[in-house]
Design a protein around this ligand. Structure first.
Ligand SMILES: [Zn+2]
Ligand SMILES: [Zn+2]
Length: 307
């Protein structure tokens, strides 16, 4: 899985930072998470193909997370898209979206499959061949949701030499890859562990923006490989963070620590920080494996050395 940050700014874009948008590439399928203003320009700049995006996840209805969607939908239509687009967003967005399309006389060339988010508990919203996606509630000024992308365990790897040694017919291999033992014609059973090796651990990515700190959040993303958590403010701005429903660097790092996350990326930086590196330094005091979200940068989930 590869994550590309398209925007790392909070409310006000800066000359270096666009508002929130992430693209997760999982097995060559692209998932767009939030769609702040300028997302389609950032997609072009980073050579990400619009047509490969079939799922868009909107965390909440604040402009810095959604103002880019109207332009993107319009462009997809102008490009002649036919494939349905799955859109996951707070339930009340359905009315706003379709009313907007009608008001602006936009007749899309494709269907929108709108999936409403409204639950107070984690809810699985997507389940396909390779992964599941779960939406979970955040604590913000308006209903807001985080998203957890979790790979499904891959099949076991069959050992080539074992195929020859036990003369395993091809037709039996799929069941063995799923963990089954191999029974020979004479009735002897070869244990699965003798003829296969374990696949790599499934990876996961969680997106948490916007939210203030709350204890339950860590349990929603427990053990996640890579956690993205907003850190709008430095730790001295605790009270402003609380009033505005946002997190400080300490809040983000604390959640990563409590969740036992593999690594943490912080973003959604207030425009008052010219250089967010100071925020990363603060977070690292609590959670050393913290990285800065940088517009246009890609990160390999589970291998941040390649970041
Ligand atoms: Zn925001
Ligand atoms: Zn917000």
């Amino acid at each position: 899985m590869k994550l590309t940050i398209l925007g790392s700014s909070s409310a006000l874009p800066t000359s270096e930072r666009y508002p929130s948008a992430h693209v997760l590439n999982a097995h060559e399928r692209l998932f767009l998470i939030d769609c702040g203003e300028g997302t389609q320009m950032q997609l072009r700049r980073n050579r990400i193909r619009f047509g490969k995006i079939n799922h868009i996840f909107i965390s909440h209805l604040h402009g810095d997370h959604i103002f880019g969607i109207y332009g993107l939908l319009s462009s997809l239509s102008l490009m002649g898209r036919k494939t349905p687009l799955h859109l996951y967003a707070p339930a009340n967005y359905r009315r706003i979206l379709f009313s907007h399309l009608e008001d602006f006389d936009i007749k899309l060339s494709f269907e929108i499959d709108f999936v409403p988010l409204s639950k107070n508990d984690p809810e699985q919203i997507l389940d396909d061949k390779y992964l599941t996606v779960t939406a979970f509630p955040l604590d913000h000024r308006v209903p807001a949701f985080g998203f957890l992308f979790r790979e499904k365990p891959a099949d076991r790897n069959i050992i080539k030499e074992a195929i020859e040694k036990y003369n395993i017919p091809g037709v039996r291999i799929p069941a063995i890859k799923k963990g089954g033992d191999f029974t020979r014609d004479d009735g002897t059973v070869i244990q699965n562990s003798e003829i296969t090796t374990s696949p790599p651990e499934p990876l996961s990515y969680a997106y948490c923006s916007d939210t203030k700190y709350f204890r339950r959040l860590a349990s929603f993303v427990k053990g996640v490989t890579l956690l993205y958590h907003e850190a709008t403010f430095d730790k001295s701005m605790d009270s402003l963070a609380s009033i505005t429903g946002h997190s400080t660097t300490s809040d983000a790092a604390r959640t990563a620590l409590e969740a036992e996350a593999g690594s943490l990326i912080i973003g959604h930086f207030s425009s008052r920080y010219k250089n967010p590196a100071v925020l990363v330094d603060e977070a690292r005091e609590i959670f050393p494996l913290t990285y800065q979200a940088v517009d246009g940068k890609s990160y390999i989930v589970g291998d941040m050395d390649q970041a």
